[in-house]
Design a protein around this ligand. Structure first.
Ligand code: SF4
Ligand code: SF4
Length: 70
């Protein structure tokens, strides 16, 4: 899983879905609010845009080792 949502922090604003260049984040409604989820996990580019633009700091992106500077 390249990125995970912290639903304790997320307020369902949808900014992550709007900014994702791969269009892999969608929102689903539960009894309380909208919650984002990654519908196409294998198509995440690890660009980090969702994490960067989340106003609640509710997204953690795990980058593949070969994308990290060592
Ligand atoms: S941008 Fe952050 S707060 Fe907004 S829906 Fe996505 S994870 Fe939740
Ligand atoms: S890291 Fe980039 S491609 Fe992956 S879900 Fe976030 S915005 Fe979309």
């Amino acid at each position: 899983m390249p990125m995970v949502f912290d639903y304790e922090r997320c307020d369902g604003c949808g900014d992550c879905a709007a900014v994702c260049p791969g269009d892999v984040i969608y929102l689903k409604h539960d009894a309380v609010r909208k919650r984002p989820y990654n519908r196409y996990v294998d198509e995440c580019w690890h660009c980090g845009s969702c994490r960067q633009d989340c106003p609640q700091q509710a997204i953690k992106v795990t980058f593949p080792p070969d994308m990290l500077c060592t």
